[in-house]
Design a protein around this ligand. Structure first.
Ligand SMILES: *Cc1c(COP(=O)(O)O)cnc(C)c1O
Length: 416
């Protein structure tokens, strides 16, 4: 029989080594960090094992109590006593994302929308008001505008292009400013530092949905936001086969979110965490290629007179300036504002694309297209879209952009 002392020593050595490896690679650039982090020296595998657990076993009752004490002392230190707090697999992912975000901690949720919900649930209470950017992701709109009403929480929507509509709507009850940048479908880029300074002056919490840019291109927590959300379903996983969400926080809101996370029972599973870690290995490489491809498509499409490309590629526009001020790069999701008196020809255009899939979500390796009927949703207050203008959303994947352009070229003829 192997002596328990040897097992204990091996175990301690493993923990010390993983800790040192993380410390060591922290000093490298993100590109290198993403390739070398979370190796598993104990199992000699490049990626961490998938640890599935509800019950966590300890060596003694005293050991359970010690772990709980350690957790209280160092809540971000990865001490856990039950599976709802995650396992070593989800903790490895949380550590990687904390580094990527430059945040105090990252909470993981089963979907991206779970992180949107957790952010709000953590700080907003009955009687409060929240300010939300008008072009938010539609489920976020429904949550804040409709669902919260029953809880006596009032949502006011501000114009992302005119921050006086943000400033002028602040009251003593305003608890949270919720920003999504750029706006879903219409891609408005906001003056983020200005929003933060308004919020700080009025002691209001701030959260930003950063799914489009990811912290690889923009780090909201470093900029001064209290919370930053990324749907891990999109670029983190990158392969359209897993869902997840990440909520990065600064020290100020950590304790609020920690309580809300416990109460809500939102927890990412280890299999999903594993796939997201695997996706993150190539986050930088994929995003850079998405950007190259998308710029090529944008410049091709901008030659079409019926189309306005909603993507930060053209110098001189306000959106470009705001993008340039804050972002290191741009991802693969863009909008097309198409002028046509014949709305069914927009559907014909999308339906005739051969390399673009028709379906929700985005951020995987493949191209997607949707005709977004945002006017029919009838909720947006500051929608800058005339009767004959329609929105098509494209996700530009990692295919050869020449093939994508040829596909678009033949389908564009169908727009009347
Ligand atoms: C997809 C998406 C979400 C929600 O993420 P899920 O993982 O699908 O729940 C939130 N915000 C934005 C901007 C998104 O595109």
């Amino acid at each position: 029989m192997i002596s328990p002392i040897i097992i204990l020593l091996t175990y301690m050595w493993d923990i010390a080594l993983s800790y040192l490896v993380i410390k060591f690679f922290m000093n490298y650039s993100l590109k290198t960090f993403l390739k070398h982090t979370a190796k598993d020296f104990y199992n000699q595998s490049v990626n961490p094992p998938v640890v599935r657990a509800s019950t966590i076993l300890f060596k003694s009752l005293n050991d359970i109590r010690k772990t709980q004490k350690k957790h209280l002392k160092n809540p971000t230190g990865g001490h856990f006593d039950y599976g709802r707090q995650g396992t070593s697999t989800t903790h490895a992912l949380s550590k990687i994302l904390t580094k990527l975000e430059g945040s105090y901690h990252v909470f993981l949720t089963p979907t991206g929308f779970g992180s949107v919900f957790l952010a709000m649930f953590s700080v907003v209470r009955p009687g409060d008001e929240i300010l939300v950017s008008d072009p938010v992701y539609s489920p976020t709109r429904i949550l804040t505008q409709d669902f919260f009403k029953d809880f006596n929480i009032k949502a006011i929507f501000y114009n992302p292009r005119d921050l006086s509509t943000l400033k002028d709507n602040i009251t003593k009850k305003t608890k949270l400013i919720f920003v999504e940048n750029p706006g879903s479908n219409t891609f408005e880029f906001q003056d983020l530092s200005k929003i933060i300074s308004i919020a700080k002056k009025n002691k209001i919490f701030t959260a930003m949905d950063n799914t489009w840019g990811t912290p690889y291109f923009l780090k909201p927590i470093k900029l001064g936001f209290d919370m930053a959300i990324v749907s891990a379903t999109k670029y983190y996983s990158g392969h359209s086969d897993v869902m997840g969400g990440s909520l990065a926080v600064n020290k100020r809101v950590f304790k609020y979110v920690q309580i809300a996370e416990k109460i809500s029972g939102l927890r990412m599973g280890p299999d999903d965490a594993y796939l997201i870690i695997r996706g993150l290995r190539t986050l930088d490489t994929r995003l850079e290629r998405h950007e190259i491809n998308t710029k090529k498509i944008a410049s091709f499409l901008s030659k079409n007179k019926k189309i306005t490309v909603l993507y930060p590629y053209k110098k001189g526009t306000t959106d470009y300036k705001m993008w340039k001020k804050y972002y290191k790069g741009s991802s693969g999701l863009m909008g097309l504002k198409i002028k046509s008196k014949n709305i069914s020809s927009i559907d014909r255009f999308v339906n005739s694309l051969k390399l673009f899939g028709y379906g929700y979500s985005w951020g995987g390796f493949e191209s997607l297209a949707l005709h977004q009927k945002i006017k029919e949703q009838g909720k947006r207050k500051y929608l800058d879209l005339s009767k004959d203008e329609h929105i098509v959303r494209l996700h530009i994947g990692l295919e050869d952009p020449k093939d994508l352009i040829n596909d678009l070229k033949s389908s564009l003829k169908l727009i009347k």
